[in-house]
Design a protein around this ligand. Sequence first.
Ligand SMILES: Cc1cc2nc3c(=O)[nH]c(=O)nc-3n(C[C@H](O)[C@H](O)[C@H](O)COP(=O)(O)O)c2cc1C
Length: 177
Amino acid sequence: MKENIKITDYANRITEALPKGILLNSKHTKFNSMVIGWGGLGTVWGRPTFTVYVREHRYTKAQLDETGEFTISVPMDKPIPLIAKVCGTQSGRDVDKETEANLTLEAPEIIRVPGIKEYPLTLECKILYSQRQELEKIPAEIRAQMYPQDVDGTYFMANQDPHTAYIGEIVAAYMIK
Ligand SMILES: Cc1cc2nc3c(=O)[nH]c(=O)nc-3n(C[C@H](O)[C@H](O)[C@H](O)COP(=O)(O)O)c2cc1C
């Protein structure tokens, strides 16, 4: 069951939860979920948006590029350790995260990507725009820390790959009960 929410009522909750790790879900070949720590609620072209930043070699990136849609799942409490570990350190290329992380999927309202019962605050998003970041434009200190050029792009944390920013229009927002 879902209960529609007003996004602005939950802006603080989303902003607080983000740096601890929320979930970016996608579904093309299969359902997949990855932990994200960067992103943000906003308004672009007069529409409510959630922007995510995804590195080049994430399995998630291929799925987003194919389907143009994603869901965001936010825990109402602390992140669940098994979910945080599986979705934040393993790739959908190698494992089925729905099974490995014991995720309970909830059918979506408008798009084709499910939400997750364990992280009930859900935003369904359709991608309006994507843009690959140019490493040369990133301040040198941040570039050195976040984009070490000697670390292969398949590594699960910071590596040589730039991020692509995806601006998603929020087309549905609800709490899974
Ligand atoms: C706390 C935390 C925050 C993360 N934030 C991001 C992020 O914003 N963007 C990103 O590309 N990867 C981020 N990652 C790394 C991905 O979650 C990780 O590489 C994941 O295994 C990718 O899964 P996939 O290959 O199935 O897409 C983060 C990891 C953790 C633990």
